[in-house]
Write a protein that binds this ligand. Structure first.
Ligand code: ZN
Ligand code: ZN
Length: 601
């Protein structure tokens, strides 16, 4: 039932223009019927339906209107999923060029995300070009500002670029159903609004802590920024999106988790924009991770597509070791020695998580055959680890050096080098008393550097290992002729100016140990005290002894006589010997023998 007063209230009944904003239409109705504000319409009609009936609007005409009716008539209902909050209620935006064509308010201008005229490719206006006032939607004059200036004045209307126009056109096209940008999924208007509202907040310079809460959305500048940003992202898809991800990725120092690193953007992609039509964003995000996330992606990442988890190329060291069939410690060594690229992240708990690229697995398996750890090398060579370290510092073994500082150095030693320290023996008819290198290390009290000298002597074949020529044995187990090796050591010590023990001096002089002890006791062979334990004999002391004294045995040899005969014949008395002082062997002073030879002539 239409009251007669309602008809009387609207003597002029303009028709809506397809796509016109409801509020704008009402402004025209009010103005043409002599009302000065929309409020006055509200006082005349109880509700929007009443007004429509008074105007005799067809259902089709009503459907052509866009946006809410004034709030004094209660909440507006939308059938297409839009919300009241998607529209401006108080402030007007307009295209001055469109207003020149027809003085009516286009429906899309009322959307909060609208910022450009798609027909004229210029930015919409929201302020009077003359006095700068905003134009409130409750007024009824669409042509003029309160100051009298014409709103069709094009001063201040800027041209806008193509990416922004493309997005804006897609948004407008979505008013009539789903619309898509080329190459992107189709979206409804509410979906476009959601995409722009959330994604538009992220830029290379700013990421919101709580996306979704946008302040000042009723202002044109806010909409411009969001649309501009989404235009940029979609226009250069996916490069620009990757650039944004890279920026955020690099901002976080501790990249312990994907969620923490990508923070609010992660939440936007997987929660706020969880709809199926936004899957293309997640696909690209997961593609980015596959290429650039050096951490592990596993089943704990429930939000990811199963393929993303399955295809992610990073694995933990433990997984890598299992897949490559080697010990986890070996993989760790490879990473530390930098032969396999690894990545380390520190979890908030302080635990360090290392990961490597799955492509490295093959390489690990190959490398594992070519290298051994220090401990393994020691085992293989039958030597203590300390001695393997000595071989390394002497450059006999050249390992891959660990890059890790602080901790005890870790090494990987090429297996070939370890094999180079396996020796085949030489067969001899009379096997002398032998001694193993391991035994020497344990019982001979080698001086610094003597172990390395010994190994060099073996490598240079000055000392030859004895044993089976077809069965090489590791360095620690090779057998050496004891006598020859002792002799070699004494010579080395003399060469190096190292004092000798009395035993070694005996070896050097070719005399029995007891004889040399006697010589020391009698003062014929001088000894000293130095850093080394016991009485020490110097090289000079041995020289002195040899130039001053000669044994009866040696003298007899040079004279080509029997020692016994000489002893009875010579008038010179020995300085030491069984009949003189109970010594085991006779010794003469060389100078006495010279006199003897002269006198006997
Ligand atoms: Zn326009
Ligand atoms: Zn003005």
């Amino acid at each position: 039932m239409i009251a007669v007063k309602d008809y009387c209230a609207l003597p002029v009944r303009p028709r809506p223009i397809n796509g016109e904003a409801t509020l704008g239409f009402l402004m025209r109705v009010a103005r043409e019927n002599g009302y000065e504000t929309l409020r006055q319409l509200g006082n005349t009609f109880r509700n929007f339906d009443g007004l429509c009936q008074a105007l005799g609007l067809s259902a089709e005409e009503r459907q052509g209107l866009l946006g809410p009716h004034p709030s004094f008539w209660g909440p507006s209902a939308f059938s297409n999923g839009l919300a009241v909050a998607d529209f401006n209620h108080s402030q007007m935006r307009w295209c001055p060029l469109c207003l020149r064509d027809s003085v009516h308010l286009r429906g899309p201008w009322l959307l909060k995300i609208s910022c450009v005229c798609n027909r004229h490719s210029i930015r919409l206006l929201e302020r009077c070009p003359s006095c700068g006032s905003t134009q409130r939607l409750e007024r009824v004059n669409l042509k003029q500002c309160a100051c009298g200036a014409w709103l069709a004045d094009i001063r201040g209307a800027d041209q806008v670029d193509e990416p922004l126009i493309s997005v804006s056109r897609s948004v407008e096209a979505a008013i009539d159903g789903k619309s898509a940008l080329a190459g992107f999924p189709a979206m409804s208007l509410p979906e476009w609004i959601r995409l722009i509202g959330y994604l538009g907040q992220f830029s290379n310079t700013f990421q919101p802590a709580k996306p979704g809460k946008i302040a000042n959305m009723h202002q044109l500048d806010t909409a411009s920024v969001l649309m501009q940003q989404v235009g940029w992202l979609l226009d250069g898809w996916p490069e620009n999106f990757h650039a944004l991800l890279t920026t955020i990725h690099r901002q976080t120092a501790s990249q312990s988790s994907i969620r923490r690193t990508f923070g609010s953007l992660y939440r936007t992609l997987y929660t706020d924009l969880s709809g199926e039509c936004f899957q293309f964003l997640r696909d690209e995000f997961e593609r980015y991770l596959q290429k650039h996330w050096s951490g592990v992606v596993n089943k704990r990442h429930k939000a990811f597509k199963p393929e993303t988890v399955a295809r992610h190329p990073r694995v933990t060291l433990k997984q890598a070791a299992k897949k490559a069939g080697v010990a986890p410690s070996t993989v760790r060594h490879f990473v530390r020695a930098d032969v396999i690229a690894g990545n380390q992240i520190e979890l908030p708990s302080g635990r360090k998580l290392r990961s490597i690229d799955e492509q490295s697995l093959k390489q690990i398996a190959i490398l594992a055959k070519g290298y051994v750890t220090l401990g393994e090398a020691a085992k293989q060579l039958a030597l203590p680890e300390r001695r393997v370290r000595e071989l390394i510092s002497a450059g006999i073994l050249k390992p891959l050096v660990s890059r890790q500082l602080g901790n005890a150095a870790t090494w990987l030693i090429p297996w070939q080098q370890v094999q180079g320290l396996f020796f085949a023996g030489t067969e001899v008819s009379h096997l002398p008393l032998t001694i193993s290198v391991r035994y020497i290390l344990k019982h001979w009290h080698l001086l610094d550097g003597e172990f390395i000298n010994l190994i060099r002597a073996i490598l240079e074949c000055q000392i030859q290992p004895l044993g089976n020529p077809t069965q090489p044995v590791p360095l620690g187990s090779i057998l050496l002729a004891e006598q020859q090796t002792r002799q070699w050591r004494v010579e080395k010590r003399c060469e190096g100016g190292v004092s000798l023990s009395v035993d070694e001096a005996a070896q050097w002089l070719g005399l029995k140990q007891q004889v040399v002890y006697d010589l020391v006791k009698l003062g014929l062979l001088a000894t000293i005290k130095d850093d080394l334990p016991g009485q020490r004999v110097t090289h000079a002391g041995i020289d002195d002894f040899q130039t001053s004294y000669i044994s009866l045995a040696e003298y007899a040899k040079t004279m080509n006589r029997a020692p016994r005969w000489l002893l009875q014949t010579l008038s010179v008395r020995p300085v030491s010997g069984p009949m003189i002082d109970g010594g085991r062997q006779y010794f003469f002073r060389r100078s006495d023998l010279c006199t003897e030879r002269i006198s006997s002539r």
